[in-house]
Design a protein around this ligand. Sequence first.
Ligand code: GCB
Length: 618
Amino acid sequence: MHWRIFFATVICVNGIHASGILYPRPSESRETLTLDGIWKFAIANRTEQNKGFKDKWYAAPLHHNVEVIDMPVPSSYNDITQDANIRDHIGWAWYQRDFFLPKSWKSQQVSIRFGSVNYYAVVWINGVEVTNHSGGYLPFEVKITEHLKFGHLNWITVAVNNTLTPWTIPQGKIVYHNDSQRYPAGYYEQQYNFDFFNFAGIHRPVILSATPKTYIDDITINTTSVTDSLGVIFYSVELGGSKIAAYSVIAEIYDAQHRLVAQAKGLKGEISINNPNLWWPRGMNESVGYLYTLKIQLWNDAKNVEGDIYRLPFGVRFIEWNSTGVYINGKSVYFKGFGRHEDAILRGRGLDLVTLTKDYNLMRWIEANSFRTSHYPYSEELMDLADQQGFLVIDEVPAVGLDNFDDELLEAHMQTLKELVQRDKNRPAVVMWSIGNEPQSQKQVSAHYFDTIVKLVHRLDSSRPVTLVLNKPSSQDVAAQFLDVICINRYFGWYSDTGHSELITYQMIKEVTAWHEKHLKPVVVTEYGAGALAGLHTDPPVVWTEDYQVVLMEQNFKAFDQLREMGYLIGEMIWNFADFATPQEYFRPTGCMKGVFTRERQPKFAAHFLRRRYAQLT
Ligand code: GCB
């Protein structure tokens, strides 16, 4: 058997998101209906992975074909039951539920949008396949009007497959064990090159939305210049539907008090805002995270009636970068923050508004100003709060630990980046695109690969710098030459010279200096840290204690202070914000314990120590 068997029935549709993926927001012309809630659920048997397709599980109520259990959406399915087979499942899982539609939607165009499904998804409405998507952390949407029934029950079925291959982003492989002394015939496992648990399922909201038949498909907004007295933005609008020619476009800008401050007409153009309230990140100005609203309205001139309306929050802020730093509205930025995960107890990677809100409270308490979406795009609900609360975000795609660089992988990687930029291009909080984490960037073939990727991202969005998070020695790496900002992960005193905290300051200074001298680019240390079991103490400190975690931080801080003075270290992000789930390993006691908070979001001693530092860093 070959790994491809697992998703033989999926045809990967590239370019599915050439059109817009605006978040479904109700307006005078738009309505939404959530399909979140309890769905019926079953996993496919390990030895009969394609049975659901063969027996058409999507064509009838799921319980007619297979024993079902209840499954909350959104959530990962892994930690919901007592069953280790469900936790560790590899391959197809099936979800199904029913719904009714309001009559008023009959004359509208109806779409369904998934915030994210990890990794492959196939979707059927009333037994008809309507779309499929690959890539676990980004939204996809499809129009389903013609497949819906009004006045009758509708059925939606989703088949989800979490198998990772050498050509998925991130990569993984199915390994068959042929040693019959140790493994029964046909035994296989999923392996992957990253340490976070590969949670699976319908992870983010499922939303039905109704829009007029001629509709606003996409909006792009960019700040082109700012001074204290004038902010200039450029907007453009894409329309969809058959009667586009009948409509004109009105663009209006409202301030946070809902006062109209500027307007324009047409599909695209420049709008000037007098005395703008700029969008500032935390700690750089008294005004933090100021958002305007761009209201786009269609108008049917012949009939003199209004058409579709969409309101998009946006910030007026301008990014520049050079060999010494990144600048927002002309001021240089120092990132003080975290590498993180979307990882909630029981929900796994599923959207959890409680954990999400608590995490922002903790990040504000500790006086951080930034985070990286390590190692995949985070939910739109989470990103909204970054915009509102003025956090700087390094927005990363799930290209973690790449270790071969062929054209098929390049294609999938580029598709992920297109979808990420499409989703997050209008967010003021996003100040840098990260094209991946810790690739084998010492391999010569990766040079052409990353050159191609960086050029693509610059083409998609020239307004933000591009980075890649590196962990190979600067003398061997071939990717940094293409980047605007260099990000590095270094675990001195942990993965190397374990326990030798006396070497950390020396090694970190040498390391960052070497990168800067080779490339003359600003550097962010995006990961450093030590595992610590909450409550474990020794003196003198040894690894795994809270005490050693703090000593390691202290030694790194000494290096950061000196490097910052040298003028090219532009940020420090500790690994990790909170402890998180990993696959089972004898060196990871239930997870990665490098959090400054526990997985329950309680502070380790490190959190208090970090808070003192972040409070004094400006
Ligand atoms: C890394 C990875 C991160 C891991 C971390 C660790 O370099 O980027 O995903 O969790 O090390 O703790 O091993």
